[in-house]
Design a protein around this ligand. Structure first.
Ligand SMILES: Nc1ncnc2c1ncn2[C@@H]1O[C@H](COP(=O)(O)OP(=O)(O)OP(=O)(O)O)[C@@H](O)[C@H]1O
Length: 314
């Protein structure tokens, strides 16, 4: 297996400067400015329709901005898109493998399109990289969703791109396959490849990315490290209790430092905490004020990230 360490030529892989994409009268991306670091995994996080795929497509040159500029490895798009295409690997949501062909045949076809040198060796190399060697001669239609995704990633790596762009890497795959894909992407990063992924899942962004760009309705809300995002969104303490008890607890905690908000739920309360307070501290206070049936601490979800971004200007 070969790994490639890129010579260091500037820290930025991708730079957006006030990029707007309009389709008809709709603004799909609204004055986005952001930088994606070379050799890092950058996540583009947002709900359905936020503009993630459009943002990724614009890095590949497939979607042209209506205003603003995009540079990739210091080359301007769209003027240099032909040259850049050789340095970019792309995996979009539709895996689009030929079902009747084997893994090897699918990759062999792609290798001929990219005019990959020593295609047989390179195919063996990328299959090994994605732990797919034992699937070389399996027909695509017999592969699980997670394996198909990995074959698609292997295919995008055939021409040894410096930048790999993946739209929703783990969409529709099971938990085990998800972790396998994450570990392959981390390995690619360690080998010097810059990776950009879009995702709907906060946990994926946190597990995988060095930096997360959060998009909503075409606007960039923030671009920061996962740690900062977690600190902002905090955690949630779910309390199982009767409605009346919930009211008592809410009163007891009113004005308490570290609590972002308290919401009633069918089974009791959800107490949202900022990253500066330890949930145990609040649990103790809850138990001093009432008797409850149970507790659960969980990370905040995407909705909570948005709420925190609205409450605390970045
Ligand atoms: N060709 C198009 N014509 C009209 N509207 C479009 C087109 N492409 C995208 N859109 C709209 O732009 C918005 C952003 O789409 P985009 O696919 O970039 O979002 P996304 O964040 O990737 O969503 P998802 O998570 O569902 O893939 C959506 O409202 C979508 O309907």
């Amino acid at each position: 297996m070969s790994t490639r360490i890129q010579p260091f030529k500037g820290a930025d892989a991708v730079h957006f400067d006030a990029v707007t994409c309009q389709i008809g009268t709709r603004t799909i991306l609204d004055r986005i400015s952001l930088t994606m670091k070379r050799g890092a995994i950058t996540g583009v996080l947002g709900p359905n329709g936020a503009g993630k795929t459009t943002l990724l497509s614009s890095i590949t040159g497939l979607r042209r901005p209506s205003a603003g500029t995009i540079t990739v490895f210091n080359e301007n798009l769209p003027e240099r898109s032909n040259k850049l295409r050789q340095r970019i690997g792309v995996v979009f949501q539709e895996t689009a493998l030929y079902d009747e062909l084997t893994t090897f045949e699918n990759l062999s076809f792609a290798a001929s399109l990219y005019t990959v040198a020593r295609p047989k060796d390179r195919i063996a190399e990328v299959l090994e990289l994605l732990s797919l060697s034992d699937r070389t001669h399996e027909r695509a239609r017999n592969l699980s969703g997670g394996l198909r995704r990995r074959v698609a990633i292997a295919r995008a790596l055939l021409h040894a791109p410096d930048l790999l762009i993946i739209d929703e890497p783990t969409l529709g795959v099971d938990v085990e396959a998800r972790h396998a894909i994450w570990s392959h992407l981390r390995f690619l990063k360690a080998s010097g490849t810059t990776v950009v992924v879009s995702t709907n899942y906060l946990d994926e962004a946190l597990a995988l990315c060095d930096t997360v760009a959060v998009l909503r309705t075409g606007q960039l809300l923030t671009c920061e490290t996962p740690d900062k995002l977690v600190a902002r969104a905090g955690s949630c303490l779910d309390v199982e209790c009767e409605e009346q008890t919930g009211e008592t607890i809410t009163q007891a905690l009113t004005g308490q430092h570290g609590i972002l908000r308290i919401a009633q739920t069918p089974s009791g309360l959800s107490i949202f905490l900022n990253g500066k307070i330890v949930p145990d501290e609040i649990m103790r206070m809850v138990l001093q004020s009432a008797t409850v049936s149970g507790f659960r601490v969980r990370g905040a979800d995407l909705a909570e990230v948005f709420r925190s971004l609205e409450e605390v200007p970045s």
